[in-house]
Design a protein around this ligand. Structure first.
Ligand code: SAM
Ligand code: SF4
Ligand code: SF4
Length: 358
């Protein structure tokens, strides 16, 4: 197994705009927008929304504070005009937002200024795909990523926090395949002592089914999951486990800034990826902005404060004014949390993953 070249550390570069596009203080362009359509979820994954904290009395956003589909579409159109080429709909659990296919149809109708295709994707826990995969496909959704942490039913039920059976997610995955979403991406968060023994069974299953499996290092997002470094299984260890049984070779990224390191099976079709946000940070290539369900713009997953876009939107700002606001935020962006991760930064206040969208 040949290790990939590590991404260079973020270094200050000339913060000018390239080709009319705004660059941030480290020369990174704005390429992806992740749109959280709700802060609610039907799961209580232990690493994201532990049920002891997010119980029945937890105050999620009232409906009036959540962006409407029309507001999301208006903002997304501004981002696309600014050069965003990839939109990922997420949450909370995006499929609990009522009439989601209507929003997908609105986003699918957006056009890039250069006429090129927009990459429209969705990340879901998969629980509602049996009902929604086909309407989502018909609405113009391009791709789906399903989060699945184990095939072992007791392990999966414990990790999702609501005793949800793995068979139902597998049925949702099958429904996505039947609706024409292929290949599917599967995200697996690996947590030491909890689901490491699921690494190989998940890899064998995904390879057999033709899914692209991506292992995600357990991250210190938010504060409620009680994250500890010793619970992170480093990507190198995951890859060594896979290589020993399945034989891997490195594959170049699909595009500059792709967060997953890609690996192909040496003697078989298929590939896996690792997202090593803790052990091999990739801030230098981070081109993602995030829009929370209440309309705040965050330029880092570990953001402390977002910039409110909802108030200007509701106060009647024009597209040009919103564009200026977004450019001003991006221009001064200097986020590189994962590169600087230390005790001081992990104790800093920051937004929860379900609120910002993964
Ligand atoms: N509910 C949807 C889902 O689970 O796919 C979308 C939102 S969820 C916040 C997006 C992704 O973030 C999921 O793949 C989830 O596994 C991942 N995630 C949540 N908390 C995490 C953590 N602490 N470390 C790493 N990944 C995490
Ligand atoms: Fe819900 Fe996704 Fe967070 Fe799990 S990871 S609690 S499914 S938002
Ligand atoms: Fe991007 Fe922030 Fe993650 Fe670094 S820590 S890769 S800047 S989201």
């Amino acid at each position: 197994m040949v290790p990939p070249a590590q991404s260079p550390s973020t270094a200050a570069v000339n913060p000018s705009a390239a080709g009319g596009r705004q660059l941030d203080r480290f020369g990174r362009r704005l390429h992806d927008l992740r749109i959280s359509v709700t802060d609610r979820c039907n799961f209580r994954c232990t690493y994201c929304m532990p049920r002891e904290i997010y119980g029945r009395d937890f105050a999620f956003l009232p409906r009036s504070e959540v962006l409407t589909f029309e507001e999301i579409e208006r903002l997304a159109a501004v981002f696309v005009a600014e050069g965003v080429e990839k939109l990922r709909v997420t949450g909370g659990e995006p499929l609990v937002r009522r009439n989601l296919p209507d929003l997908i149809a609105m986003l699918a109708a957006l056009r890039r200024p250069d006429g090129g295709p927009l990459d429209l994707t969705l990340t879901t826990n998969g629980s509602a795909l049996r009902q929604l995969a086909e309407p989502l496909r018909d609405a113009g959704l391009g791709r789906i990523t399903v989060s699945l942490d184990s095939l072992d039913d007791p392990t999966f039920r414990a990790m999702n926090g609501v005793d949800y059976p793995v068979a139902k997610v597998l049925d949702g995955i099958a429904a996505a395949g039947e609706a024409g979403f292929s290949p599917l991406k599967i995200n697996m968060v690996v947590r030491r002592g909890i689901n490491e023994t699921s690494i190989l069974p998940m890899a064998r299953w995904a390879r057999h089914e033709g899914h692209i499996l991506r292992f995600i290092e357990y991250m210190d997002v938010g504060h409620s999951n009680g994250w500890r470094l010793d619970e992170v299984v480093p990507a190198a260890e995951i890859l060594a486990t896979l290589d020993a049984e399945l034989g891997l070779e490195s594959v170049p990224p699909n595009y500059p800034g792709e967060v997953a390191d890609r690996w192909a099976y040496r003697d078989n079709p298929g590939e896996v990826g690792v997202i090593a946000s803790v052990s091999q940070p990739f801030c230098s290539a981070c081109t993602r902005a995030r829009l929370s369900a209440e309309g705040k713009l965050y330029t880092c997953l570990f953001g402390v404060d977002g910039t409110d876009l909802r108030a200007p939107l509701r106060d009647g700002s024009t597209a040009a004014e919103l564009t200026e606001l977004i450019r001003a935020v991006w221009r001064i962006r200097a986020d590189r949390y994962s590169e600087l991760r230390s005790e001081a930064t992990t104790n800093r206040p920051r937004i929860e993953m379900f609120a910002i969208g993964g």
